[in-house]
Ligand binder design. Sequence first.
Ligand code: CTP
Ligand code: MG
Length: 227
Amino acid sequence: MMYTVLLPAAGSGKRMGAGQNKLFLELRQIPILIHTLRVFEQDSKCKSIVLAVKKEEQTFIEQMLIKHHITKVVAITEGGAERQHSVYACLKSSPDQGIVLVHDAARPFIKQVVIHQLVQTAEESGAAVAAVRAKDTMKKVENGIIQETVDRESLWVIQTPQAFQYALLEKAERLADKDCFLGTDEAMLVERLGEQVHIVESTYDNVKMTTKEDLLLGEVILNKHKQ
Ligand code: CTP
Ligand code: MG
């Protein structure tokens, strides 16, 4: 099935500390935002792309899309103060009421095979998110003191993409908005409705470019993908 991708790109990149939106930083002379867009531009199952951007960055981003021959962006909407608001703004601009995929613009290394599995699972079951198994020993800590060791077998680290049937995500976003509930991802908003969210095993290289070290890692991952 075809899908639409919602890409929140309206952050400030504070933790990157680059003094600009981190999505404009380049890996191998290509902006991070373009690396991410190319994944969807090149995926024949991706019907359209909706972007949320900061108002003052819209013209710059539009020029970037032209320069790099990105043709699938059907709507550019103004992002909000929090990521969740930016995603909701994208959803409201989505031309497609089938499967929608939410993906951080700051995760440029997502693989098509994972995207397609997410879309299929969401189509069958409503909601699916990309995840990897926790690698380290995990403990619950309060005031610097370990309270308990959590069973790692049941722990997964959640990424994006997160795929949903449009009506389910729309309801989850609308109710969260009404209740002023702020989640850390879209799955959390759907979980709130008592609906099941499936996980699809992803890869550890689907990292989010968050701090300076991630850029070094990003260069290494790009080199590996090119081989
Ligand atoms: N994002 C957004 N609107 C916001 C905040 C974030 O569209 N109000 C986007 C970012 O552009 C990014 C994705 O959501 O593509 C994931 O967010 P994050 O990695 O936290 O990026 P930033 O918020 O830009 O970074 P920081 O939290 O370090 O400021
Ligand atoms: Mg942020």
